[in-house]
Write a protein that binds this ligand. Sequence first.
Ligand code: BTN
Length: 255
Amino acid sequence: MAGLETNRIGQNVIAYDEVVSTQPLAHEAAAKGAVEGTIVLAELQTGGKGRLGRPWHSPKGTGIWMSLIIRPSIPLPKTPQMTLLTAVAVAKTIREETGLPVKIKWPNDIFIGDKKVCGILTELNAESDRVNYLVIGIGLNANSLESDFPSELAQIVTSLRIESGESLKRVTFIQRLCRIFEEEYDHYLRAGFERVKQEWENHSYTIGKWVTLQTISQQLEGRAVGLDEEGVLMVEDQAGQIHKVYSADVNYRAN
Ligand code: BTN
């Protein structure tokens, strides 16, 4: 990609017109030894994958549908930090590129107002207790119009174009995202999670809100108070007890 200001993120691009999903293609490439920073891009996904087995609507030409391969030398429990780092990088890129007031909804949804504009899906390949590689899928609604979304989605999702009124140059966006991601990632590898944690909290839609969480084992209600040093969400219930939430579906209450 001409104009790319990185050392490795985005230096190797595998681009397709139409795929089922970029995620398995990135896994295949990674298993065959694709270098760290390789990105797999598609114009159209016919079977885009969201979190929790949900489909991801990925029509032709309107979005950024990409999977990034990284090979951090970190233990397995730190993997969620990479998702939080990615959310920070996407949020910063959207702000720099469009000036729109984006927020991150825990763990990894990017919102403008009350509507989702981007989702992140991190998949892991590990050997014993170390990460071998990660495939980080990023789905960004860039240039979709309201009429491009099925009616059941139109109320809950948006695009950068709908919000800004301007069409987004997707290549420029991807280049900036690669630069910002690399900067965050290099800092993380050198200095640890603290900066990502701060930036995530600064962009957070979740911190300070009353939330109802459905985890695998329990339903929990309380106020989201922050991330711990591992990147786990801390929720304080009405009795003042702090709960650590690793993975859950979150609903928000007005206060
Ligand atoms: C979510 O549920 O919020 C995560 C959505 C992730 C979608 C992206 S689009 C590129 C990559 N390929 C996929 O099939 N999914 C991810």
